[in-house]
Design a protein around this ligand. Structure first.
Ligand SMILES: *[C@@H]1O[C@H](CO)[C@@H](O)[C@H](O)[C@H]1NC(C)=O
Length: 307
């Protein structure tokens, strides 16, 4: 039980984590109040001053158990006053938000040199999404990364209670950072974070799922404007049980386009490419596998364009 569990976290199995947390706990006991934040200008392993604005801190989300969530806030390098603010969540449970900062959309990457006993080195990530948006990387649920609870009972959280703690976190964080209140706000994440807001092909309710296919397929550019407009005009919002022939034909045509979409995914999958003995495969996780394309996708997302 506790802050050092790393279950389901394949990326961050830090042994010194326990020591770090004990140290931070000690440090926090010496601090007069529970909310704290610091501006970080240098990091071990990174040469010179950081070229981005980094703030870290704790926000208390449950007084009774003394639960505090740790965050890394990286300000947009473009126009922080008008660029969106993203809350980025990482999975699986107990994986630190830092993994997203160095492996996914954040401003730094590890130098992938053979480990020689010295501290691993960090460099700038030229495809960081923080070039166009400010991002809060959050250690949640409590127990992941540097987030902790004074009372061991505090670690007993589930999907819903930890989500509510994230809401508390956001309210307090924005309260302490009022200049970002007017910016557009997004929630994004990877892996287990999809259980929250950005989700990958989940089943919710057959009626809503089926009826969402048309606007969704149009939104992400799978079907044409023409097909979408024909569906809207003829199906009267019911894409499950067509009441006239034109609507039925349109839905049929959508299903056909969708098949080509699936074909495209299959053909580009590494397993397929390996099986077909294609030279130099490509992955389906654009952010970590193809940072440049991932960055471009993030930009389209924030600009509200089809992905
Ligand atoms: C490991 O490699 C780095 C980079 O080349 C170097 O600065 C460091 O001194 C090396 N450490 C050891 C223990 O050899």
């Amino acid at each position: 039980m506790g802050a050092h569990r790393t279950r389901q976290c394949s990326l961050l199995q830090l042994q010194p984590l326990r020591t770090c947390i004990l140290f931070l706990l000690l440090l926090l006991l010496l601090l007069p109040c529970s909310a704290s934040s610091s501006v970080i200008t240098h990091l071990p392993g990174f040469h010179g001053r950081l070229r981005f604005y980094l703030e870290t801190g704790y926000v208390s989300v449950d007084e009774e158990t003394g639960t505090e969530l740790f965050y890394y806030f990286v300000e947009s390098e473009r126009s922080p006053s008008t660029d969106p603010v993203i809350l980025w969540l990482t999975g699986g449970p107990l994986c630190s938000g830092f993994t997203a900062l160095v492996f996914e959309v954040g401003p730094m990457n590890f130098v992938l040199a053979p480990y020689n006993g010295s501290l691993p080195r960090l460099v700038n990530n030229q495809y960081s999404w923080t070039k166009i948006a400010s991002i809060i990387f959050l250690d949640t649920p409590v127990g992941s990364g540097f987030s902790y609870a004074r009372d061991p009972k505090g670690y007993n959280v589930g999907d819903i209670s930890s989500s509510l703690q994230v809401v508390t976190f956001l309210k307090k964080w924005f309260n302490d950072h009022p200049s970002y209140l007017s910016n557009h706000f997004y929630v994004g994440g990877s892996s287990y974070a999809g259980k929250g807001y950005m989700v990958g092909s989940p089943l919710t309710d057959p009626k809503y799922d089926r009826n969402s296919i048309i606007p969704y397929a149009h939104g992400v550019g799978i079907i044409s404007d023409q097909l979408y407009e024909a569906a809207v005009a003829n199906c009267k919002g019911d894409y499950v049980n067509p009441t006239n022939e034109i609507c039925a034909n349109v839905l049929n045509a959508v299903d056909n386009s969708y098949r080509f979409y699936l074909l495209n995914i299959w053909m580009n999958d590494k397993a397929t490419r390996d099986a077909l003995k294609i030279k130099k495969g490509s992955g389906h996780a654009p952010i970590s596998y193809k940072p440049k394309q991932g960055f471009a996708m993030g930009q389209r997302w924030l600009d509200r364009k089809p992905l």
